[in-house]
Design a protein around this ligand. Structure first.
Ligand SMILES: *[C@@H]1O[C@H](CO)[C@@H](O)[C@H](O)[C@H]1NC(C)=O
Ligand SMILES: *[C@@H]1O[C@H](CO)[C@@H](O)[C@H](O)[C@H]1NC(C)=O
Ligand SMILES: *[C@@H]1O[C@H](CO)[C@@H](O)[C@H](O)[C@H]1NC(C)=O
Length: 452
């Protein structure tokens, strides 16, 4: 009984010594069996073979242990190999850390938290302290950008806000999945803008397609996390023009999903597309309507044969005389500010490509100009629909702007729209503006043409 008690207290001593130094280790003590150094002997150099497993690690009985503040030495090193009780540690051992702090929360070892778009984990460092390690992605919503823009709102002319649908996503997600326009091929950039005869002086100061053609202008869509602006803007511009040119007789919302799923040659569905190819596909094969092939924000397999009528695609024409799918004429390019304005007053909204800077995702209201904040962050190209223009009088003088439909839902920007500086090619928005004419059914055209 006495003997048992003695052994028990010995084990307990070494146990508690060890625990004090290794509190951050795991707490499986099943392999705790002494005396270690007495069994394996004391060694001269640090050699891994001169060790025994203990507590999921190794304990040593070599010269390496001839120092204070070492906690991978066997508990009986000092008494057996040196014949002395261990010297007091030269400095106080680090406070045992049981967790990381995050704000006013304490986190366990390996516990995870999210900080905006970055994952943070409470990890053990080589010095055995626990520290919160975070990924370092640039986030789509960065508070510093919002604050900087809003502080200099007067200079930039617009305000920024935090959108909950963007919070927690990376900027890379934004560039890849909220835009979606591949750069135009060189031959398209060289496409000569069409020439029109008009007197720029007669162009109105303000124009809004929604007022000019009420009921025929496509509403704001939400592309979701799918880089499909190339398809959405093409289908929307074609739809608007069907409504306008037919005076509502062939008003239709065309299917962007048809382009995403079926216009696959050289296109990348939800990873972006070329506008010239989107228009060529629409010209050659036509689109079906949205009801027939609704938007799903992902690359659904194409269920429609390339060529054929609306009916062969399983769709019901809205206008009983229509047989063919909704095709368009060749796309044409508009060369400058006044040409774009004239085109919109004559035939409706046009498609534009713009360079998207990091701060644009946070646009709330006002006339957008990209700021210098985060100017070196990743950029991308996006396609949008210019529906009109206007002017605003500020202390800096007249500010001209375009009114543009985005495809990020109606809770973004000015009810889904934004205004951007006009006449200075802001974000390259005036560089590549295109439009096309719809192929209205001739019966409709005959009755509508009286009004033109
Ligand atoms: C380590 O060993 C040497 C002799 O080999 C001795 O002089 C020294 O005091 C020892 N160090 C400690 C910390 O005990
Ligand atoms: C942004 O909004 C989200 C939720 O919508 C919120 O959790 C987050 O704290 C906000 N961030 C900033 C910087 O305001
Ligand atoms: C745009 O180009 C047309 C010719 O196509 C020209 O008459 C007009 O003055 C130009 N407008 C501007 C703002 O440069």
């Amino acid at each position: 009984m006495m003997l048992h008690h003695h052994i028990f207290s010995c084990v307990l001593v070494s146990f508690s010594l060890f625990v004090a130094a290794n509190s951050a280790r795991n707490d499986d003590f099943s392999d705790l069996r002494g005396p270690y150094c007495e069994n394996i002997g004391c060694c001269n150099d640090r050699i891994d073979s001169c060790s025994v497993p203990i507590l999921g690690t190794l304990c040593y009985c070599d010269e390496f242990c001839n120092q204070t503040r070492v906690d991978d030495c066997c508990p009986d090193y000092w008494s057996h190999c040196r014949g002395i009780t261990p010297p007091p540690p030269t400095e106080a051992p680090p406070e045992p850390q049981y967790g990381c702090t995050y704000g006013n929360r304490a986190l366990r070892w390996k516990q995870e938290v999210r900080e905006n778009c970055n994952k943070c984990v409470c990890e053990q460092m080589p010095n055995k302290q626990l520290e919160l390690l975070c990924e370092t992605n640039v986030c789509l919503v960065e508070q510093s950008i919002i604050e900087s823009v809003n502080r200099e709102q007067e200079q930039y002319g617009w305000s920024a806000t935090n959108y909950s649908q963007f919070w927690g996503r990376t900027l890379d997600d934004g560039v890849q999945l909220r835009l979606g326009t591949l750069p135009p091929q060189r031959f398209v950039m060289n496409m000569n803008p069409i020439k029109r005869n008009y007197d720029p002086a007669v162009l109105p100061r303000e124009f809004d397609s929604r007022d000019a053609w009420p009921g025929f202008i496509t509403g704001i869509q939400d592309q979701g996390w799918c880089g499909s602006s190339w398809a959405i803007s093409t289908a929307a511009v074609a739809s608007d023009r069907y409504g306008i040119v037919s005076r509502g007789k062939e008003a239709v919302q065309l299917s962007a999903q048809h382009l995403i799923s079926c216009d696959t040659q050289g296109q990348q569905s939800c990873s972006g597309g070329h506008l010239d190819r989107a228009w060529s596909f629409t010209k050659a094969y036509g689109l079906v309507d949205e009801e027939c092939f609704p938007y799903v924000a992902r690359n659904e397999r194409c269920p429609i044969k390339r060529r054929g009528t609306l009916q062969q695609a399983g769709c019901t024409p809205k206008f009983s005389d229509r047989v063919a799918r909704y095709t368009v004429g060749p796309a044409y390019r508009l060369g400058n500010e006044t040409d774009i304005m004239y085109e919109i007053t004559r035939s409706g909204p046009v498609q534009a490509t713009m360079k998207v800077y990091h701060d644009f995702y946070n646009y709330n209201s006002g006339i957008y100009r990209h700021s210098n904040f985060a100017i070196n962050d990743k950029q991308g190209y996006h396609s949008v629909r210019i529906i009109g223009w206007g002017e605003e009088y500020t202390y800096k003088g007249i500010q001209k702007y375009w009114k543009v439909a985005n495809s990020w839902g109606t809770n973004w920007g000015e009810e889904g729209y934004f205004r951007i500086a006009r006449g200075i090619n802001e974000c390259e928005i005036e560089t590549f503006v295109i439009a096309s004419w719809p192929h209205i059914h001739r019966k409709v055209l005959a009755s509508a043409s009286n009004h033109f």
